[in-house]
Write a protein that binds this ligand. Structure first.
Ligand code: C2E
Ligand code: CA
Ligand code: CA
Length: 261
């Protein structure tokens, strides 16, 4: 798609990322998240894109890890979130937003106040915000993450565990952090219609979500067949190309109005 270009031939280095931030070339895109049993739009996940003057929209795999390695991921998030929150007047209540925070940012105790400041600037209520983290951010850093999460929860943000199933899928982390949302990794969803093992894993994760009172979100839903199976397994939410690609803020009103589901 026109919104999913990436560098094939050009090497991206740290200076390019620095320049992208300085020149304000980073932009949020918004991907629909849908409630499976009603078919209603529930909100959007904010995904970073680099609007490169020559190469078009560049995907995060080309620049997120560089930003992490060079201590710029905090600044990158601020740039993305500022624009995301400023565009939320077009996001009617009760639609929610979820944002990605990288493991490197979970060392920064000022993360919650950064987020609340940006949300306030854009007039976005924090009770409609989910903060997505991955298990890898919890390893060797659990105590600090607990502090950060406590602040975020006190601000009324929800916490989501992203890419569940790919890491350790540790019950210890599910117990230690008061998550609200469990996001089932795309790799299981993609194979669940033809692999019995994947289907069983997805069913088990959804069951775990029910037991722990977590909202389950299936990632990478591309077909009706997958959506129907997830609905039968009683998964709460779906996200994927079936419902929409990540698109720039200007397309939010259209996505909200023309949501065919
Ligand atoms: P993620 O958080 O797991 O985000 C979901 C990824 O799956 C997105 O890739 C999205 O475009 C893609 N996706 C959604 N639906 C489908 C589908 O039906 N099929 C397939 N094949 N893919 C689908 P994207 O935007 O390239 O982002 C990749 C990763 O980069 C994200 O994975 C996240 O870990 C990271 N990322 C993106 N934006 C940010 C950001 O602002 N901050 C941080 N720290 N990380 C970010
Ligand atoms: Ca995510
Ligand atoms: Ca994910």
């Amino acid at each position: 798609s026109q919104f999913a270009l990436k560098f094939e031939t050009m090497h991206v280095d740290f200076a390019d990322v620095r320049r992208a931030i300085d020149n304000d070339e980073l932009e949020p895109c918004f991907q629909p998240v849908v409630e499976l049993h009603t078919g209603l739009l529930a909100g959007f996940e904010v995904l970073a894109r680099w609007k490169h003057p020559l190469h078009g929209l560049v995907l995060p795999e080309n620049f997120i890890s560089l930003a992490e390695e060079n201590g710029m991921i905090g600044l990158l998030m601020q740039r993305i979130l500022r624009k995301a929150f400023l565009s939320t007047p077009v996001l009617p209540a009760p639609l929610e937003l979820s944002v990605n925070v990288s493991p490197a940012q979970l060392h920064d105790l000022s993360l919650p106040s950064q987020i609340s400041k940006l949300a306030e600037e854009g007039g976005f209520p924090l009770e409609r915000l989910s903060v997505e983290i991955t298990e890898s951010g919890l390893i060797n850093n659990l105590e600090r993450v607990k502090k950060i999460v406590r602040k975020l929860k006190n601000m009324d943000c929800k916490m989501a565990l992203d890419d569940f199933g790919t890491g350790y899928s540790s019950l210890r982390y599910l117990q230690a952090i008061p998550f609200d949302v469990l996001k089932i990794d795309r790799s299981f969803v993609i194979s669940m219609t033809d692999k019995r093992e994947s289907r069983k894993i997805v069913a088990a994760i959804i069951g775990l979500g029910h037991s722990l009172d977590l909202i389950t979100v299936a990632e990478g839903v591309e077909t009706e067949e997958q959506a129907e199976m997830l609905l039968r397994l009683d998964c709460k939410m779906g996200q994927g190309w079936l419902y929409g690609h990540p698109l720039p803020a200007a397309r939010i009103p259209q996505m909200v109005e023309t949501a065919p589901w």
